[in-house]
Structure formats: C-alpha cells, structure tokens
Design a protein around this ligand. Structure first.
Ligand code: PMV
Length: 337
C-alpha cells in the first residue's frame, strides 16, 4: 500500500567516483547497464552539493521536474529515466509521488561535464537528496539508491559509497569493496588540463565506440582480466600491481575510441605532456600512474610521500596546470532541509 507524499526538502553532498578500471560501453542503453566491470575510488575534496524540494504538481506552475546546475536549467529529458526510476522505488517503499515534482539545484566545487566525473557525484547527490526530500530517508537500501543513480549515469552507481567500489558488467547497482580507511597514504593528483565542457558526452561516445570500433569486442574481453589484476593490487595495497592495470585500462579504453569511425579524441596536447611526464617519473623509480576519462584531464595515482615531487614535475611539464591533491573520500551525506 502507498501513501501520498508530503512536501519536504533535503540537501546531499557526494564525491566523484574515479574509475581505475573503466566502464566504457553499455549492455543496455536505456537502462544504462554497463558492458564492462569497473573498479573505482571515491575522491575526497571534490564535492557536488544538491538541494531538492518536493512540491505538489498542481500548485507548481511547472510541467515537469526541474534540475538546475549552477543556476542553469538542464534539459529535463536527460533526467526523465532517473526520476521515473526514483518514483518506482518510492512507490515500492510505500510513497506515492505521481502528483509531485522535484526541484533540484546542484553545484560543484570543480568543473562540470569536463571529464572529472561530475555526473557520478551529481546523480549520487541527487538520488540521496530526493530520498531525503520524499521522506524515504534511510529506508531504501543503498544498493537500491545506487540502481536509481545508475539510470542517470552508470558511474554514479559507484558514488553511493566512500572508499573503493565496483560495478560489475551487467549489474544494476554497484557494491562497496573497501572503505575509505583501507589505503591511508594513497593520493590522487587531479590535473585540470583544460577548462570548459568536453566535446562529446560520454553517453554518445560510448555508443559510437560500440557501434563503430572494430576493437570494441576485444576491449570487453580484456576488461575483466584487468579488473582482476587491479583487485589484486588493491587487496595488497601495492601500487606496483595496481598501477599497471590502471594504465592499461584507460589506454585500452581510448584505443577503442581512437579506432572508432569517426574517431573520438578527448586528449589535448596538455594531456599528452602529463602522460609523458608520468612515464619519465616512473623511469626515475617513483610510482605515478595516470588515468583519464571522457575529457582532457589527467589524474595521477601515487603515494603521499611522493605527491610534492610529482606535482613539481607535472607543473614543469605543463606550466600553470591546476593540481588538486585528493585522498580517498567517504560516502555521500544527507542533511534534511
Ligand atoms: O557514467 P558516465 O556516463 O559518466 O561514464 C563514465 C565513463 C568513464 O568515466 C570514462 C569511466 C568510468 O568508469 O567512470
């Protein structure tokens, strides 16, 4: 039995989920079911804050839910699947939201849609704030919230937990692997190579790779091997095992994109300068393993004691580059009101 919702509001803060082993390609495009297993770390210091208000649709004067990022209204079609999935979850938990709209306002302390996983933290914060505003609070299991966030953006399914998380190929929700305290001296240097939005959405680029890259099948087969290697490195907290798997995963993901017709190229000259710098740093015996996502930014996995030396070398390779040093982040948090 369901009961009618009542007005409410809530604010949630979530962090991006940076993949060490990449999800790239979907088994199901509408439901956003990943075709590859991914293993990710939640980044502390990068935050998305989302405030959600629930109000009765007839009193609203609006024809739909509303989402604003940095004060700018977003095309609501992009969010329809997410809100439909959330309403289904609410109904399964006894709350009828059919005659209610959500109004969400979101902002991040880092650039959106630029390859810094803002969609991961964005949908994770959104699902949690919607749950708070609807009075669901802690009632749904985190895995259920993860499954709803996945419909918005598959990487967001992972951002519902802190620490290290996995999202299996074919899975509807992510799962925690290790909590944030697992690897205290691990650091991730986030290098912002270029500001401004990326040239193609990851959604469009993934589909194009699946349909037009002859290497896509090999990428799918290889990704589960890399996933197992990375898990072994994480389990033993050994960057000399985890690092090579991280590097292979992003390089092979991009290889499938470069081979697509037309090719998809997110890299910029500055990205390549930093990739080359990491290779030289490793040549000097320091663990510095870079990765990239759907954008030109470069993220470098390293140990605390080497962050200063590595940062200096990255600055020399790309003068003026903005660097943020992140530790492993915690789970998203919900505040009522
Ligand atoms: O969840 P999306 O649609 O933003 O895609 C994320 C894709 C990558 O960032 C490149 C890889 C990943 O696993 O996060």
């Amino acid at each position: 039995m369901t009961t009618e919702a009542v007005s409410g509001s809530a604010t949630a803060v979530a962090h991006p989920s940076l993949a060490m082993i990449k999800y790239w390609g979907k088994q199901d495009t509408t439901e956003n079911i990943p075709a590859t297993p991914s293993l990710a770390v939640t980044l502390d210091g990068l935050d998305t804050t989302t405030h959600v208000v629930l109000y009765p649709s007839e009193a609203s004067g609006s024809p739909s839910d509303i989402v604003k990022i940095d004060g700018v209204s977003q095309p609501i079609q992009r969010y329809k699947g997410f809100f439909d999935a959330f309403r289904r979850l609410a109904s399964e938990n006894g709350i009828d939201l059919t005659r209610w709209w959500f109004m969400a306002e979101s902002s991040s302390n880092f650039p959106s849609a630029a390859g810094l996983a803002s969609s991961a933290s964005g949908f994770a914060a959104l699902v949690l704030a919607c749950a708070g505003a609807s009075g669901l609070g802690d009632v749904p299991d985190t895995r259920d919230l993860s499954a709803v966030a996945r419909v918005g953006s598959a990487s967001a399914a992972r951002s519902l937990w802190g620490g290290f998380t996995q999202l299996n190929a074919g899975a509807k929700s992510a799962a925690p692997v290790k909590d944030a305290s697992w690897w205290p001296n691990l650091r991730i240097i986030v290098a912002e190579v270029e500001k401004g939005p990326k040239s193609f959405s990851s959604r469009m680029a993934m589909e194009s790779t699946r349909l037009h890259s002859p290497y896509y099948k090999a990428w799918l087969e290889d990704s589960s091997i890399l996933f197992r290697q990375a898990m072994a490195g994480l389990e033993s907290r050994d960057l000399s095992i985890l690092g090579p798997a991280i590097r292979k995963s992003y390089m092979r993901m991009f290889a499938t994109m470069f081979a697509s017709d037309p090719p998809i190229v997110y890299w910029k000259p500055g990205s390549l300068s930093l990739i080359n710098a990491c290779e030289k740093i490793r040549g000097d015996g320091i663990q510095a393993w870079e990765t990239m996502d759907a954008g030109p930014q470069v993220k470098v996995f390293c140990l605390d004691e080497n962050t200063e030396a590595i940062s200096r070398r990255l600055q020399m390779a790309l003068p003026g580059v903005n660097l943020r040093i992140c530790t492993v982040g915690g789970a998203p948090v919900l505040r009522n009101g």
